[in-house]
Ligand binder design. Structure first.
Ligand code: NDP
Length: 458
């Protein structure tokens, strides 16, 4: 993809950027390596001070940052503003907790392993490459940047090619907070330029959030080079509604799951699996609430959701809908490409989706919901697990036994009961199966890119 601000609301290219030259990439790698030698010798307190200052800058500039996000990828200004402040909160979380997360440990008494002294230390490993997507341009990158820097690693950000201004902002933010020059840099490179970077010995590890194809390519290159990778690759999350569910609460959350961020969220409900006893009522209430949403200008107050981020993502979403329609799915609302400029797509609900339809198996990254009836709770669980993905799931019930059934039975990295699937700096985030491996956020997230060093002394 060429590196450009291609405004999804108008379809106009507003600004193009040249990819970094080999000389610029070499300079960034050298700066990252040099900054690591400085950063690894700083204390948690020093790094926390810089991280707090960077978070203060982000909060103070949140409106400008939100305008950039909405212009580049089309989410509503209100949700972009929320994202900027949430990112600052995530930075403060790691500033305040990194020292505890990475404190040395003594898991057994020294004499149990024949030593006079033992320690397990968590030490930084060096420059880490982050390949990031456009759907949460600041938050996704921050989930990597804040723990990496607080651990004492340096970061190189290869952001999605359609969000260069968010990328450049992040490339300066941490130095403005006080981190050494070179500690966190943006590389303006296209997807096709990423793999050779992993052959460079100075890059010690890689994290990628995005599609399964990009993740598999990057992980293969990392594996060839014996480098660690963390992959966060999206999902086809189940949203399970059982007869005791509070539909007044579930329906608006279901709508938000599908139209929030124009449906371009890895962790949002996509497959709505509804018990037969409440199926008709849920279908009717959910479909009319979806039909009542308003897509349009991300900066207008009345807009529920903006355009799709890229023309390609909209095309892929519509192809999934057309494939399902051709194979017999019913389109209860939406499903038509609007005329006019911009990459808008209406809130869409499909029923009668069968396993031969692509949308039953693939991630649909747009405001399209599929409804599936379930005979009972066990059937709902079986359907929920019948996916190549395993990121997260949302379950709606008042019965403790059903909560237990789904909490233990779901093959996902997260289970949300009677609430919206989301990410929190304090809680691990990630998936199983094609949703990837490794975890972001919380203590486990910061420990992904450290050298866990055992020290044993006779
Ligand atoms: P991609 O996976 O192509 O892009 C994500 C990041 O990976 C971008 O920085 C991209 O760079 C980079 N990239 C792409 N191909 C390669 C490669 N072969 N080697 C190294 N890096 C690569 O996502 P798309 O934007 O194309 O979206 C396609 C689909 O991916 C969506 O419809 C959705 O299903 C899924 N997706 C999931 C996300 C999630 O949150 N888990 C986020 C985004 C997408 P560049 O932009 O330069 O191509």
């Amino acid at each position: 993809m060429p590196i450009a601000v291609h405004n999804p609301t108008t379809g106009e290219v507003e600004k193009e950027y040249a990819a970094h030259t080999p000389e610029q990439i070499e300079a960034a790698l050298a700066a990252s390596t040099a900054a690591f030698e400085t950063l690894r010798r700083t204390s948690f307190e020093e790094r926390a001070g810089w991280m707090h200052r960077a978070a203060d800058i982000l909060d103070a500039e949140a409106e400008q940052v939100a305008r950039t996000i909405s212009t580049e990828m089309g989410k509503t200004f209100a949700s972009a503003l929320f994202e900027a402040h949430k990112s600052a909160k995530g930075m403060r979380h790691y500033a305040d907790h990194a020292a505890t997360y990475l404190a040395s440990e003594a898991p057994v008494r020294p004499d149990q392993v024949g030593a006079s002294r033992i320690a397990v230390r968590y030490e930084p490993i060096g420059p880490v490459l982050a390949v990031m997507p456009w759907n949460y341009p600041i938050w996704q990158a921050m989930r990597f940047a804040a723990p990496a820097l607080m651990a004492g690693n340096t970061g190189l950000l290869k952001h999605a090619s359609n969000v260069p201004e968010s990328a450049l902002y992040l490339g300066e933010l941490f130095a403005r907070g006080g981190f050494p020059e070179g500690a966190f840099q943006t590389l303006l490179v296209e997807g096709g330029q990423v793999l050779p970077l992993l052959d460079d010995r100075r890059i010690r590890a890689v994290t990628l959030t995005g599609s399964v194809g990009a993740g598999a390519a990057v992980a293969a290159a990392a594996g060839r080079n014996v480098k660690k990778s963390v992959l966060e690759l999206g999902g086809a999350d189940a949203f399970v509604v059982l007869p005791s569910a509070d539909l007044d609460a579930a329906v608006p959350v279901a709508v938000n799951a599908r139209v929030g961020n124009s449906g371009q969220s890895c962790i949002a409900g996509k497959r709505f699996i509804v018990h037969r006893d409440v199926y008709d009522e849920f279908e009717q209430r959910f479909t009319s609430a979806m039909a009542a949403t308003v897509y349009g200008d991300p900066f207008a107050d009345k807009t529920t959701f903006g355009p799709m981020a890229t023309e390609a993502v909209r095309r892929e979403v519509h192809e999934l809908v057309e494939d399902a329609r051709a194979k017999g799915a019913r389109v209860l609302t939406g499903g038509e490409l609007p005329d006019g400029p911009g990459w808008f797509y209406p809130a869409t609900v499909l029923s009668g989706v069968t396993p031969d339809m692509r949308i039953a198996r693939e991630e649909c990254f747009g405001p399209v919901a599929c409804l599936f009836p379930a005979e009972n709770a066990h059937d709902a669980l079986r359907q929920a697990n019948e996916s190549d993905f395993g990121l997260s799931a949302s379950v709606w019930t008042r019965f403790p036994a059903e909560i237990e059934l789904f909490s233990t039975g779901l093959e996902t990295g997260g289970v949300f009961v009677n609430g919206f699937t989301s990410s929190f700096p304090q809680l691990p985030f990630g998936g199983v199966k094609d949703s990837g491996y490794g975890r972001e956020l919380a203590g486990v997230g910061i420990r992904e890119f450290v050298n866990i060093k055992t020290v044993w002394q006779a």
